[in-house]
Design a protein around this ligand. Structure first.
Ligand SMILES: [Zn+2]
Ligand SMILES: [Zn+2]
Length: 264
């Protein structure tokens, strides 16, 4: 699987277009897999995908982690749908549908597939399982459950763990019960070394990431050469004098960066 990171930042740039992104600042989180599967449809993802020399009409399926404004933009979704060769498939948690504000007209060009927790679907050459993330959209009683994904293709398995802090009990026990072994894991690293940050219940800091990856290793959920990838960085939570590459290399991890391709 070829992973192209189209955005690796937290919510900071959610309202800025690609043209308004300044040098050195990160776009909102979005990931393109093998040119055809997109995870999250951020404000900049469409224009930046084209800038990376990719063809938006190759995207057949979009999986949404959750409907926060840094991961979902309706107009950008419609751009993908307009470019698509066939009706674009869009996958999201059942409770996210009400936040998408899709009209009847939109649904003429978007094939909407609401997901339940622990659903597994096969589409566009991938097998994808939706797991519940420890994250929150909207009010405390909101019906949307943010999702993490297991994405499998050609015998390789990756974990997409953004947004969300820790594992949820259901997620962790699902991985254990199904003896899931990952070739790569992508983890939310929003709050860096700001250990007491207010986002602590919905995002990871570095100390948490160390424990999360240790637990994966200790419970034999990683292949020998599994890639550990950090993404979704809040700029204010990272030191200015050290690169993300340097910080995560010390942990035996890779830091994702906008435009970076990681082969799994
Ligand atoms: Zn986010
Ligand atoms: Zn979020």
């Amino acid at each position: 699987m070829k992973l192209l990171f189209l955005g690796t930042g937290a919510a900071g740039n959610s309202k800025r277009s690609e043209a308004e992104i300044t040098e050195g600042s990160r776009r909102c989180a979005s990931l393109l897999i093998d040119d055809t599967i997109l995870v999250d449809v951020s404000r900049q993802s469409y224009d930046y995908l084209i800038k990376q020399g990719k063809d938006p009409s190759a995207v057949t399926d979009i999986f949404l982690s959750h409907a926060h404004g840094d991961h979902f933009n309706r107009e950008v979704l419609l751009s993908y749908a307009a470019a698509a060769k066939e009706k674009l498939r869009f996958w999201c948690h059942r409770g996210a549908v009400e936040h998408l504000n899709l009209t009847e007209e939109d649904l003429q060009v978007i094939d909407l597939h609401p997901l339940e927790i622990c659903d597994t679907v096969e589409t566009g050459g991938v097998t994808v399982t939706a797991l519940p993330a420890n994250h929150l959209v909207g009010s405390f009683t909101c019906a949307e459950k943010p999702l993490h994904y297991i994405i499998e293709k050609d015998g390789k398995k990756i974990y997409y763990g953004c947004d969300g802090g820790w594992y949820t009990a259901i997620e962790w026990e699902y991985l254990r019960a199904n003896k899931v072994v990952f070739d790569a894991v992508i983890l939310d690293a929003t709050v860096g070394d700001d250990a007491g940050n207010f986002r602590i219940a919905t995002h990871n800091n570095i100390a948490m990431i160390q424990i999360l990856t240790l637990a994966l290793r200790q419970n034999e959920m990683l292949t020998e050469n599994a890639l550990l990838i950090a993404t979704h960085f809040a700029a204010s939570c990272y030191p200015k004098d050290r690169s993300h590459d340097e910080i995560f290399a010390e942990l035996g991890m890779l830091a994702a960066a906008d435009g970076r391709i990681i082969e799994v």
